[in-house]
Structures are given as structure tokens and as C-alpha cells.
Design a protein around this ligand. Structure first.
Ligand code: BGC
Length: 337
């Protein structure tokens, strides 16, 4: 069942998507996932994503809790890129680079929406030519469907000019319901390679095999056993804040918390994900009066390679006029006994 829970103001709503397994609360402000309420192995319900009780924090604070990120997630080197021999300048909002779509990217925009049926909400936004410096008028849709224990997020876009796009969702997961940090969360990633980053979080162009490094999550490992290891790339990222390149086409990321019996399985059509261990959460006030610190959550930000426009010979983030950007990521929230 889908229903409007609350009107934040005349444009922004909180909407509940609910079935017997799970309740997901979303907003048309940034297509934000505000709550994911699920049972543990004993039937107790907790919220397994970070967010804010004070809704204004979504527009004033910068960590993108639960938000859809666009037009380009992650960084673009020095906020500049060329497309069809024309140079474009974007906001340098994460000095010295552009981050997460700029000052007022998709995370901060109000989307139109329509409740399509008892499981589906379709969000719609027209991003004007030149918005945040990006070329072309982009017609964008995000379709959220809740089926049993799975939230399916489908992104569709087209543009009246050649442009670039790389959409993600920036949910911060903590399957304990934030009763503890993520050290006891087991992460499995089907990824043989990761991209190295510099001290500003920008991919350097070097790719490393995960084998023999703290980045090898193929067999699953507790985040706490890895994230503080003395390893050059963990120092550069202040923890995990890296693009992993997937080597499988489904169930690419699995997060498990043994004590609660909760498991999240992420499947995506996208080629990789930024794994971010909330390295820069600074004690801000979040939901239920709790304060959020580093390692209190992990983000699994499915996406194309960050800064692809500079790093790839044929950048996968280019969307040509007339083409359709069509990507899906699903999040399955299960209880395992
Ligand atoms: C970035 C981090 C950044 C965070 C919040 C992540 O996707 O990689 O470096 O601090 O988003 O903006």
C-alpha cells in the first residue's frame, strides 16, 4: 500500500510504501529514502537507514542521507569537462573537485510524483539546460517499486542534447538499527578490482586487483576487520570511499548483520559501486535523537565509474541525444535465521 504520510509543506511530501514485510518511507524531495523499517530475527522492527527527523536538515546538511544523486554522482576532476569539443564548468563544491551534481543537484530538488499502483511511485523531474552547468534539458524519472522484501529503483532519462549522467542512491545502511556501528556488518562484494583514489577522493586512474588486499570482499568479511587496516588506499580514503568494479551481474553486494539476522542484497545493472564507510559523518543529529559518527553506516552507491568523462576512452557516462539512460538497482531486505 502507498499513502501520503505527511505534508512537509505545499510541495514536499513524505510517502509510505508498505507491505507485510517492510515499510519504506520516501520523499519527493530528492527522491530521498527517509526510512526503511524492517523486522529482525525476533520480529522487532528497526529503521535500517540513517536520516533526519528535522526534515529541513535534508536541505541544509551535506551528507546526502538517503538521497538520489545526480546528474553526476561522485567527483568530476576540477569541475571541468569537455564534450563535443566544448568545455563545461561545474561547481567545485568539494574542493578541488565537483561532487554529487553540484550545489543544487538532484538530491536538493523537488520532484513531481505519481502513485502508479499499490506498489509503485514514479518521480519525475525536468532538469533544464545548463542546470548546475550540465548541458541539455534532461527528462528524468525514478520509479520506486516495493515488492515483498525488495525495493526496486529504476532510473530513466533522455536529453535533447548530448550530455553526461551517473545516478546513484546515497542511503546509509546500518542493519543493527544503529544500535552499534558497522564493524560487525559482514560485507560481500563480487568485485575483483577497485579504483584507487587520491586524498581528495578522486579516482587516480589506477585500478588494483583486490586479491591480497583489504579490499577483497569476495568471500565476505567483517567491515571492522578491514576498515582500519594500515593500507595506503584506506589512508587516502579515511576508510573505504572507493569505486569497486563488479565482476558479476547480480547480487553484487551483500550486507549482513548476524545479531539481528538482517541481510541486504543489492543487485544492479550498473557496473560498479562506491563503497563508503561514512568516513566524514561528524556527530550531526539524526533520527530518533541519535548522533551520527564515522563508521555508523555503509553506503553502497551503485554507479558508472566516477569521473568516467576523464578516465574512460569511451566514457560510459555520456548520454547522447535520442538515447535512453535506463538503469535499475534493487535492494532486498531479508531476515535470515
Ligand atoms: C563520497 C564521500 C562523501 C560522501 C558524502 C560519498 O559518495 O565518496 O567522499 O563524503 O559521499 O558527500
Amino acid at each position: 500500500m502507498i499513502q501520503v504520510l505527511e505534508k512537509i509543506d505545499d510541495k514536499i511530501d513524505l510517502i509510505s510504501m508498505k507491505n507485510d514485510n517492510i515499510e519504506v518511507v520516501v520523499s519527493n524531495f530528492g527522491c530521498t529514502i527517509v526510512k526503511v523499517l524492517m523486522k529482525d530475527k525476533d520480529g522487532n522492527i528497526d529503521d535500517v537507514v540513517l536520516g533526519y527527523d528535522d526534515f529541513s536538515s535534508y536541505s541544509t546538511l551535506d551528507a546526502y542521507l538517503g538521497a538520489l544523486v545526480g546528474r553526476i554522482a561522485n567527483r568530476i576532476k576540477r569541475g571541468k569537462f569537455s564534450l563535443n569539443d566544448k568545455e563545461y564548468t561545474l561547481a567545485v563544491n568539494n574542493v578541488p573537485n565537483h561532487l554529487h551534481g553540484g550545489i543544487k543537484g538532484f538530491s536538493y530538488q523537488v520532484f513531481d510524483y505519481e502513485i502508479k499502483d499499490e506498489n509503485t511511485i514514479e518521480f519525475h523531474y525536468i532538469s533544464k539546460d545548463g542546470e548546475e552547468g550540465y548541458p541539455g534539458t534532461l527528462d528524468f524519472k525514478a520509479i520506486y517499486t516495493l515488492n515483498d522484501d525488495t525495493l526496486n529503483v529504476h532510473y530513466l532519462a533522455s536529453c535533447d542534447q548530448d550530455t553526461i549522467i551517473n545516478i546513484t542512491n546515497h542511503s546509509y545502511f546500518n542493519l543493527s538499527g544503529k544500535k552499534e556501528n558497522i564493524y560487525n556488518h559482514k560485507l560481500t562484494l563480487k568485485a575483483d578490482k577497485f579504483a584507487c583514489v587520491d586524498n581528495d577522493g578522486l579516482p587516480t586512474g589506477e585500478f588494483r586487483n583486490v586479491e591480497g588486499t583489504p579490499f577483497d570482499f569476495n568471500a565476505g568479511a567483517l567491515i571492522g576487520d578491514r576498515v582500519e587496516v594500515d593500507y595506503d588506499q584506506l589512508i587516502a580514503g579515511a576508510g573505504f570511499d572507493h569505486p569497486f568494479i563488479f565482476s558479476a551481474s547480480e547480487n553484487q553486494a551483500i550486507l549482513e548483520h548476524k545479531e539481528s539476522g538482517r541481510r541486504l542484497t543489492v543487485t544492479t545493472t550498473l557496473p560498479g559501486a562506491q563503497i563508503y564507510t561514512a568516513n566524514y559523518l561528524d556527530g550531526r543529529l539524526g533520527k530518533y535523537g541519535q548522533h551520527y559518527y564515522k563508521r555508523d553506516a555503509v553506503c553502497i552507491e551503485t554507479q558508472n565509474l566516477p569521473d568516467a568523462i576523464h578516465l574512460e576512452e569511451e566514457p560510459t557516462t555520456i548520454l547522447k541525444k535520442g538515447q535512453i539512460y535506463d538503469e535499475t538497482t534493487s535492494y532486498k531486505f531479508e531476515v535470515i535465521r
